[in-house]
Design a protein around this ligand. Sequence first.
Ligand code: FAD
Ligand code: UDP
Length: 389
Amino acid sequence: MNIIMNTSFKEYDYLIVGSGLFGSTFAHQATLRGKKCLVIDKRPHLGGNVYCEKIEGINVHKYGAHIFHTSNQEVWDFVSSIVEFNRYTNSPIANYKGKLYNLPFNMNTFHQMWGVITPIEAEAKLEEQRAEARAMLNGRAPQNLEEQAQLLIGKDIYETLIRGYTEKQWGRKCVDLPAFIIRRLPVRMIYDNNYFNDKYQGIPIGGYNKLIEGLLQDVDIKLECDYFKHKNELDAICKRVVYSGPIDEFFDYCYGRLNYRTVSFETTVKNTSNYQGNAVVNYTERDIPYTRIIEHKHFEMFGDEIQKCSVSVISKEYSTEWKEGMEPYYPVNDNLNNSLADKYRELASNTKDVIFGGRLAEYKYYDMAPIVEKAIKAFVLDNTDSRKK
Ligand code: FAD
Ligand code: UDP
C-alpha cells in the first residue's frame, strides 16, 4: 500500500514502528476504536519474528519455531477471534548419541533413562540422585545452573539431556550460568510429553501470517521503511509514535550498545515426506554443533497430510554470539546489559508522545501471549491517559 507523505497536518493518530505481534496488536486495537494508524517495518514483510516463508507449500518459521501457548483466556479468545488455531502440542524429543528421550522431564524420560515403570520407582531414583547433589552442596544453596540442575533432576539427566544442550545454547559453561534458567522446565511424575503447562496451545491454521494479516486488515502499511531514515517526515504526519524497535537505537546508542544472543538457521528442503517424525528434535550432546532440528510441516500437517506433501523442510539451529548486523534474539541477562537497559528505560519514560513496547523496545524476552496482552493494555492505558490530559 502506498502512503503519500506530503501532509502538513497530523493525518495519523499513531505511527507504529514495527509490524511484529506488539505493533500489529496495538494497531488492531486502535483501529477498532476509530484511530487512524500507519504501521511501518524496515523488513520487506509483515509480522516481525513470527513471519513464515512458504517453501514447497510449507510454512517455514523463518525466525525460529514459534508455538503459541497461554493460560490467559482473554488472550486466547482474542487471537482465536482473528484466526482459528490447530491442535499442535509441542512434545520435543532429545537425541543423545543416537538414543532418544522424551521431553520435558516426565515418566517417559525416567523410563528411558533408568527403566523405571511406576512414579514410586522414579521418585526413588530421583531422590537417590538428589541426595548426592545435596551432599555435594553441603547445606549451601545452588550457585549456578549445574548445581541447580543436579538438585532438581539428578546427575544422569543433567549429563545426558542438559549439559551439552545448555552450553551450546548459551555459549557458556553450566557453572557460569544462572540457576534460574533451568527452573522453568517442568518435571512431571506422569507419562505426559506436553512441553507446556498452559491451558491453550496451537499454531494458527494457515500460519502466523494469517494472524498478522487479520490484525492489520484495515491498517495503512509501509514496508522496507526504516523509521530512523525517515523520522522527520514520519513524525510530522502522526500524533503519537508506538515504537517496538531496539531501545538503544532509538536513543542513538548514547550509552553504548545492548548485547544479544542470536541463532542462525540452516534451512534445507529434503526429498522425503517425513524426515524426523516430529517438529522438534534437540541434539543434547556437545559435539554436534547445532542445538536442534525443526521439521516445519509437523506444526501444521497431521495424519495423511504428512505423506501427501512429498517433500519436507528442515532447519538446523546454531546458537551464536550476536554481532552488529545479525538478528537480535535473546537479551543478555547480565549486570552490564541490565544496568545499560535501565538507563535507556529511564530515557524512554521521559520521552513524550512515544510509547515503547515489545521485546526489543523493552529489552526483555517475552513469549507471544504476554506480548499480545501488553499491546492491548498499552492502547487502553494510552487512551485513559490522554482523556486525563
Ligand atoms: P518483533 O517480532 O521482533 O517485531 C519488531 C519489528 O520491528 C520487526 O519486524 C522489525 O523489523 C521492526 N523494526 C525494528 N526497528 C525498526 C525500525 N527502525 N524501523 C522500522 N521497523 C523496525 N514466543 C512464544 O510464545 N512461543 C515460541 O515458541 C517462541 N519461540 C521463539 C523463538 C525464538 C528464536 C525467539 C527469538 C523468540 C521466540 N518467541 C516465542 C518470542 C516471540 O518471538 C516474541 O514474543 C514476539 O515476536 C515479540 O513481538 P514484537 O512485536 O515485540 O517483536
Ligand atoms: N534445556 C536443556 N535441554 C533441552 C531443552 C532445554 O538443557 O533439551 C535447558 C536449556 O538450558 C534451556 C532451558 O532448559 O535454556 C530452558 O528451556 P526452554 O526450552 O524453555 O528454552 P528456550 O529455548 O525457550 O530458551
